[in-house]
Each structure stands twice: as C-alpha cells, then as structure tokens.
Design a protein around this ligand. Structure first.
Ligand code: NAD
Ligand code: ZN
Length: 351
C-alpha cells in the first residue's frame, strides 16, 4: 500500500511502525517523548515498546483517557513535564492514541518553545481516518469543543491496523461515521462500498480510501477557507449534540455517534434546502439508523442545542452555517440555516 503524501508530510501505511523508528533515528532528535492515555499505555504501548527499545532514549507522558482530559489543564501538565525533563527545541513528541491524544499532543507540541516537531500514531479508527490527518490541533474550553488550537502539520503520520484489534466495537463505529461522511461528501461509490461491506472491522483498503479523501480535501484548503468545510457535514448539529451529551450524560455519546445524528439531521436540511433527492435522504437515514443506537433528543433540549451551535467556532455573527449535500457524493458549503429549520431537522431525527 503506497505511502500517501500530504503537502508537507508522509502518511505511512506499510510497515509503518518500523518507519517510525527510522524516522526518529534519522531526525537526530535530542529526546523523544511518547504521549499516551491510560488505555493506549496498556493496549498500544506494548506493540510499540520492542521497537522503541532500539532508541537511545525515550520518555513516557500519560494523560487520563477521554474527552474530559482534552483541556488546558492537561496541557499545562504535559508542558510542565516537558520542562522538568529539560525538553529543548530539538525534542520530538510521538502522540500515541486516539483523537484526544493526537489533538492535545499536537497542540502542546505546536506551542512548546514556539513549536517542536511531533508525529501522530493514531490508535483509534476515528483518529486514523480523521483526527491525525490535516493539521488541526487543539483542546476544548468552557464546554466548547476545539475552541483553543492551532493549524500545525505533524512531521509524519504512522497508520497501523495492529492497534485496532483492541479497540472496543463502539469506538470502531465511532470512526466509521467519519468514513461514511467521506463517502457522502465526495465519493458515492465509496459510500456504496461501505454500506455493502462487513463493517465490524473495516479493511485497511477502506481505511486507506478514507485517508485519501480527507488528505485530498485538506491539501486543497488547509486553513478551512472553502472546500475543507465539506468535512463539517454532520458536525454543526453533531458537535452541539456531542457537547450536550458530555455535559449531561453518565455515558456520553462518542464523537461518531453524535456525528451520525448530525448527519441524519443535516441530510434532512440538505433535502429541504440543497436539493438532496428524497431517496438519498431515505437511504442515508436508513443506513445510519441501522448502525447507531437511537438517542433521545426531545424538543425540550432544542434551546440548549441551538445555543451551543451559536457558540460553535464554525459560525460567524451568530448565523448557523451548515455543509449540506446536493446528492450522495456532492456537497455544498455555507448554507445558512435558521433556528426553525435546525429544530425541524432534530424533530426529523427524533421521529
Ligand atoms: P479518544 O482519543 O478519546 O479514544 C477513544 C477511547 O479509545 C479512549 O478511551 C482511548 O483511551 C481508547 N483507545 C484508544 N486507542 C485504543 C486502542 N487501540 N485499543 C483500546 N482502546 C483505545 O477519542 P477518538 O474517538 O479517537 O477521537 C475523538 C477526538 O478527536 C475528539 O476530541 C474530536 O474532537 C477529535 N477529532 C479531531 C479531528 C481533527 O481534525 N483534529 C478530527 C476528528 C475528531
Ligand atoms: Zn468529526
């Protein structure tokens, strides 16, 4: 499987963990820091450790698992450890984990001493097909997702299917939502292939195609001025539902579960406002409702969700902007949606 080239960095697939060690050795880094969370320490580090042993030195930094750790307090903890370890500008950070570790680790690296090199070793399906590619780093604050962050590209990304073996099914489904999104916005054949595949553990070929799509979009528009907004399909409503769930639910939705809800709502908006044919809307909601458990979104929480959408950094001057579909495989950006339309789409999901 070929290495995918992004504008400034390679995304390795074949034998990627050996490539990682070669990369570190050739980089002549002063010190290597491997950032993990408690789960990736237990499940993923053992896969990497025999290879890391080839290095002269490396240090481990661990954060707690989960979105609750993706905040500035945990960044302070990691910055402090880098200072205590005496990390200089030639240090490297290896972010070994899901989107929380790759987003937070990328942000910490991009700001420590005005920026040190970092590489992403994504261990969840979601971070492989989405979070590790494209250079968005950041953390949440005051209940607003990814509100503090930078656009900083990693030096390389190393994909390995080995990590997915220990990933719980719910996390596989979470990443799958982004893969389905890639098909819906850009590639109708890929959407068709996905919906006809055994998705309990998507094949490396399917993962590769998703990374190709994400990479092609971000290369064309790295700073999200235009076509990168395509990737926000499902995310205007999805992020609000996700944030609300994190604040209120004992067992919060995963990112992908929330995005699947957002995609159903935004497919409805696409039908009403952007010409998505009725059969396509029906197909999208049937596939997504079949894969993800139904989640209650009563009318009583529409207010809160709308307020969260207004705070979303994607929106300007309190107007809510959605990326919609004109048909399966084609998107349309910057569609302004009213509160009434957004609430009606939530009602469509809940029906
Ligand atoms: P996550 O990092 O919280 O990982 C999910 C869970 O799986 C965690 O409990 C983690 O410890 C565990 N885990 C990770 N790898 C494992 C493995 N191989 N085996 C067993 N358990 C493992 O969440 P995620 O779903 O990977 O990522 C979600 C985050 O990514 C969100 O914060 C989202 O905002 C962000 N994101 C960022 C971008 C971007 O462009 N930067 C894109 C999409 C999502
Ligand atoms: Zn997403």
């Amino acid at each position: 499987m070929d290495t995918i080239q992004s504008d400034s960095y390679p995304i390795f697939f074949d034998d990627s963990l050996s490539e990682l060690i070669t990369f570190i050795k050739q980089g002549k880094y002063s010190r290597t820091f491997v950032l993990t969370d408690e789960n990736t320490s237990a499940q993923c580090l053992p896969v990497l450790e025999p290879l890391l042993a080839e290095l002269d030195n490396y240090d481990l930094i661990e954060i707690n698992a989960g979105e609750e750790s993706k905040n500035i307090d945990f960044c302070v903890g990691v910055w402090k450890m880098l200072i205590d370890f005496g990390a200089d500008r030639k240090a490297l950070m290896v972010n070994l984990g899901g989107g929380v570790v790759t987003d937070l680790g990328g942000f910490v690296a991009s700001t420590y001493k005005r920026g040190i090199d970092f590489v992403q070793v994504p261990t969840t399906l979601l971070s492989q097909v989405d979070a590790s590619v494209g250079g968005k780093t950041g953390v949440d604050m005051d209940g607003i997702k990814n509100i503090i962050g930078t656009f900083t590209q990693p030096k390389a990304v190393f994909m390995s299917a080995a990590f997915l073996k220990t990933l719980p099914e719910r996390q596989i489904l979470s990443g799958l939502a982004e893969m389905l999104k890639h098909g819906l916005i850009c590639d109708a054949d890929y959407w068709k292939e996905l919906k006809n595949s055994d998705l309990s553990l998507p094949s490396v070929e399917l993962i590769y195609r998703s990374v190709e799509i994400k990479n092609a979009v971000v290369i064309e528009d790295p700073q999200e001025k235009s076509i990168r907004k395509a990737l926000n399909f499902g995310h205007t409503i999805g992020h609000a539902v996700e944030t609300n769930s994190i604040l209120n639910d004992e067992r919060p939705l995963t990112h992908g579960e929330a995005i699947a809800i957002g995609m159903i709502c935004e497919a409805w908006l696409s039908h009403k406002k952007a010409g998505l044919p009725k059969e396509h809307l029906h197909e999208i909601s049937t596939v997504l409702n079949g894969l993800y458990p139904k989640y209650p979104v009563p009318d009583t929480c529409h207010n809160v969700l709308y307020e969260l959408m207004q705070k979303d950094k994607k929106n300007t001057e309190k107007q809510i902007n959605c990326t919609l579909l004109t048909k399966i495989g084609c998107f349309s950006i910057d569609n302004i949606c009213t509160e009434d339309e957004l609430c009606a789409s939530l009602r469509y999901y809940a029906a």
